[in-house]
Design a binder for this molecule. Sequence first.
Ligand code: UTP
Length: 408
Amino acid sequence: MDRVELAILLKKHNQEHLLSYYDKLPQKDKDSLAAQIEKVDWKLINLINKEKKQQKSSIYEPLDGMRIEQIESNKKLYYDIGIKTIQEGKAAAVLLAGGQGTRLGCEGPKGMVNIGLSKEIYIFELLFKNILDVARAADTWIPLYIMTSNKNNDQTIAFLKLHDFFGYPKEFITFYIQDETPAVDYEGHLLLEAPGQLSLSPNGNGGWFSSMVKANLLDDLHRRKIEWINVFAVDNVLQKIADPYFIGATISTNHVCGAKVVRKTDPNERVGVLCLENGRPSIVEYYEMTDEMIHARKDNGELSYAFGVILNYLFRLDKLEDMIKYDLPIHVAEKKIPYLSADGNYIEPDEPNGYKFEELVLDMVHLFDNCLPFEVIRENEFAPIKNAAGVDSISTARQLLINQGYIL
Ligand code: UTP
């Protein structure tokens, strides 16, 4: 598109400010900006207002989980099935490492954060230690896919290379970059991060499978004869990856999807809860729950909506492939977005200043016919690092690790 065509298009969408620096740009930057603008999905911007007005009219019902006691009594069965699945090379893991960790405020990829006290212990290192333990128990390497974003891919790869992938063989590690979407200010104006560059950000962790497909990794998964994919977040340092018990329990109970869950500590705990929505598995966010749902209890006094998700899912690959034709809902998230101001200064805001558009992995669960809520002991498996201080911070995670016997 030339300048005239761009100007017409941008006027139509009330985004003429994107050409503020255009005339002074070298030709290659002009072309690059034009290409980025051509790719914009203008429908996203309308979502800002829609999302605010949208009221869900779903019918929610509790979904009972597989409890710790039940898992304990079938421990051997689940472990044997899970480990056999891993040994047959049918399980892979996907590390979601494309996030920007804005709440934590770290400079580079979150996995590079050193949480050690007396020595260096990186978040990535703890995750690799975990998958190494399972690989050793199974005496087989588990293919590990690492989703990064354009913003952190090079740094992530360089860091892991420097640390020799913390002992994991690199032939079993595949990196891929997730898709991006443009960010906007509160009025819906697309932001620039440089004169010839839209402010683009990763499209949310729900983009993991479609980005994997775009990266042509389906063939790789098929070639390796993968049937199950364990997807997990980078920021839970007690994460159990390719957990044989979880895999075995999901398979032996004929589920096509599983979600690790913890029992809520408090009815008002701010976690997404696994339940049924219009008869299908679904994760209802804490802010979508009515007071009635939050406080509903069963006859035995337990919370009806008791099981919170911890971003560790198991998906059957053939079902994921069936689902690729469905669009996931787009969430409009308020975030701190660095941008180029009208007077040409690069601003890194301290407070949220606009919206990013994200797909979320939790919405994938609703596309599956069933999902096993697999209860885990919170103290053993859940130490999230989300915030710079207070709840779910490095200091709370350190304490949880120390409680588990880690020497930091
Ligand atoms: P969060 O939802 O906590 O997002 O990610 P975040 O980007 O890390 O942190 P904030 O919200 O900016 O503070 C949960 C998991 O999903 C991954 C993250 O890396 C983390 O493992 N993620 C998130 C992606 O891989 N891509 C994304 O676009 C977003």
